[in-house]
Design a protein around this ligand. Sequence first.
Ligand SMILES: Cc1ncc(COP(=O)(O)O)c(C=O)c1O
Length: 408
Amino acid sequence: MSSLPVDVRLSRRLASVRPSATGAITDTARRMKAEGKPVISLSAGELDFDTPAHIQQAAIDGIQNGQTRYTNVGGTQQLKAAIARKFQRDNDLHYADAEIIASTGAKQILFNALLATIDAGDEAIMVAPYWVSYSEMVRIADGEPIVITPDATSGFKLTPDLLAQAITPNTRWLILNSPCNPSGSLYSADELRALAAVLRHHPRVLVMADDIYEEIVFDGEFASFAQAAPDMKDRTLTINGVSKAYAMTGWRLGYAGGPRWLIGALELLQSQSTSNPSSVTQVAAAAALDGPQEFLDTWRARLRVRRDLALGILADAAPLLTLQTPAAAFYLYADCSATLGMKTPQGAVISSDIDLATYLLEHGGVAVVPGTAFGLAPYIRLAYALSDTDLKAACEQIVAACKRLVPT
Ligand SMILES: Cc1ncc(COP(=O)(O)O)c(C=O)c1O
């Protein structure tokens, strides 16, 4: 019996989502590794450190104590209390229980917040270079990403003028990410206050403060948006998580503080989709937030050494690569415009940052992410959260590969 053809049409919603600009590079890196070719990856957005022992132990205890069942959708009382203490201690922000939610990564909070508040035609402002998922999440939610590209010389930071020009009657969100992935830029409290001054004229605009890299700051002081501008708290969603701070990317736990109506909407969406984040992870996250924080100083110091090591070696690739010293996070965002038009020893012409990343992978043995993925090209992003030895080798290989490029 012949069966009818399967209808493989996907929803219009999905059709609006663009495939990852890095797909081909990721595939090549995987293939090279499978063939036994050495590849050092500077592409991972996570720390190479292990989750600290006291956090691991809390999770093991949690499993053995039976904390293995469904919990409240938005997180256990124990975890919400730990999150409230964290916001109070580090950000001078007071959130009541109903103003806090825990989810399966900060990613789920960002996604659900957009889904809960955006209708067709609504706009969300983001600042290039921006974290890859923002624009696609807005599209999935039927909204329109509005990308502002500040000057690289101002550290890629949004200015009040640029913000004022971008706001329209359709603007629903301003997505702020400080410290920023991928640029590593950090907004001072004064800079955040200057943005708040613009937003006061536009009461419809909500602010998504993605603070996920809060703990990884080298120069300057971290400030959360609602902390810098307390009158904005009732329209700010302050998003954070344990992924980057405590080397817990795989555990999947993000959290947010925000106005009751919005947190309630997030909880509603979560209740009909994924329910509570993993119960075991919640125990571990509470231990992370409530436990000792001193080791973070050691981690920061190690990361700073790596940042400076990488910058020192890559300086030899100038003027083909131009780098600024990032104040925070664990990424370098290198301007590679001077490589465009250059020829590789294999005879290929570099015409985009994707070409350069492909060349560095295939002929330099180093995986980096092209800036195209972050809405600002031609750049490459290098994540330096890997061992000093591997980082040194990777940077030297990049320099050597750049030096092999010849003008056409
Ligand atoms: C800027 C930014 N926000 C959010 C996330 C998501 O973090 P989580 O692991 O908590 O989902 C990431 C992860 O790379 C990120 O870089």
